[in-house]
Design a protein around this ligand. Structure first.
Ligand code: ZN
Length: 405
């Protein structure tokens, strides 16, 4: 057994901590039943799922909860995610990187790499595996840090989690045509991927794989003309299509469009999705379409819809500051009390990507300036993947209906 405890100061309590954590956590050898005190307790909110994405690689996106059980500060210095079987490191974060990916209490804006006495934080993790790289069956987290009350550096290997590698819902195009932007998509943008909410006594992340779809015109603009008029936005009013056969599990059609330019204030949380449709895809998966145009939502609860059917039009209702289609897949028909599930699109072409990141996207949306795009010389169709954040997506033309003889 490798010794992991790094006790630099002679604090009386320190030797009690972390001596055989690796063995205890990974179940190796007879030491698996040896109890070990750890200054942090940790768990993974939802076991990571393997998500094939449009870069040809597999991505794992999940949240690690770390709770400090000491009566003083614990400074995180290093976090390494390992393949629990081979002990191969898959991701290593230093103190600065931990700080950029962590938040106290899981609340946005509370970035930190230090946990105060009895505090907890959430580390939002993203691991990228090459297409030919073996998918680990399980992960474990090696954490090093300074325990202030013990005046000691400690290291522990904790929070073992399985990796779930199973087939994902395959969706058809939710929109027609080309020039759509994947806004706030997976995996390092923060507005959806880190939209963790404390609801009904639990932390929920329904929007983990959500996309805010927008559209550019032939000058690469999201909006042209009056920025306060929903009709100035290229995507406004576009038909929204059923991504699969399914049954409508929830819908709303009566909320007004917001004036673009700012998020509405004091909106009740129950109106955040605006006019919406939730469709039951079967197999425990539900898809949410949010912020639809008032009065445009066709099907109602219990209606069966077929892939490609018109569901409504893109609007700007609910918690929205510019017309867009918010789409995500989740494990419940309740759009907030749900856990976000990964999904893939059956086919699309990815001819370009936004070159300068979310800030450029936000600027283009707020001002009507053209987006700066990095175009691919020979874009080809991709299948059964999720598009990366800030990709441009062209949907395939729908199959033409057979003409009458
Ligand atoms: Zn959204």
């Amino acid at each position: 057994m490798r010794a992991l405890t790094l006790v630099r100061a002679a604090a009386i309590l320190a030797p009690l901590f972390c001596g055989a954590v690796r063995a205890a956590e990974t179940g190796q050898s007879s030491a698996s039943t040896v109890p070990v005190m750890t200054p942090l307790i940790a768990d993974v909110l939802t076991a990571p799922r393997v998500v094939p994405m449009s870069d040809g690689r597999n991505h794992l996106v999940y949240e690690l909860r770390l709770s400090n059980v000491l009566d003083g500060r614990f400074d995180l210095k290093r976090l390494v995610v390992l393949d629990a079987g081979s002990q191969r490191p898959l991701l290593a974060l230093d103190r600065e990187a931990i700080g950029q990916r962590s938040s106290l209490g899981g609340r946005r804006g509370n970035a930190t790499a230090s946990l105060g006495a009895y505090q907890f934080g959430i580390v939002f993790l993203h691991i990228i595996l090459r297409a030919d790289e073996r998918i680990p069956e399980a992960l474990v987290h090696e954490i090093e840090g300074f325990a202030e009350p013990l005046k000691a550096d400690l290291s522990m290997q904790i929070a073992r989690t399985p990796v779930i590698d199973r087939s994902l819902p395959v969706l058809a195009a939710p929109l027609h045509g080309g020039g759509y932007i994947v806004g706030d998509g997976c995996c390092d943008s923060i507005r959806h991927v880190r939209a963790l909410l404390p609801l009904n006594g639990a932390l929920r992340l329904a929007q983990r794989y959500a996309i805010d779809w927008e559209r550019i015109d032939d000058e690469d603009r999201i909006v042209r003309g009056d920025l306060k008029d929903v009709r100035s936005y290229r995507i406004y009013g576009e038909p929204v299509l059923a991504v699969a056969d399914g049954t409508v599990a929830g819908s709303r059609n009566d909320l007004p469009d917001q004036v673009p330019g700012a998020l509405p204030s004091n909106l009740p949380i129950g109106e955040a999705d605006g006019n919406f449709i939730v469709m039951d895809l079967g197999g425990g998966a539900f898809v949410l379409y949010a912020h639809l145009k008032p009065g445009s939502v066709g099907p109602g609860v219990g209606d069966h819809v077929r892939r490609g059917d018109l569901l409504g039009d893109v609007g700007n209702s609910g918690n929205s500051q510019a017309p867009h289609l918010h789409l995500h897949v989740m494990d419940s028909p309740n759009a907030l009390l749900a856990d976000g599930l990964p999904y893939v699109f059956e086919a699309f072409t990815n001819p370009a990507a936004v070159d300068a990141g979310t800030a450029d996207f936000d600027h283009a949306e707020a001002t009507g300036s053209p987006l700066r795009l990095a175009r691919k010389t020979r874009p080809s169709a991709v299948r059964d993947v999720l598009p990366l954040d800030l990709s441009i997506v062209d949907w395939p033309a729908p199959p033409s209906k057979p003409s009458k003889p």
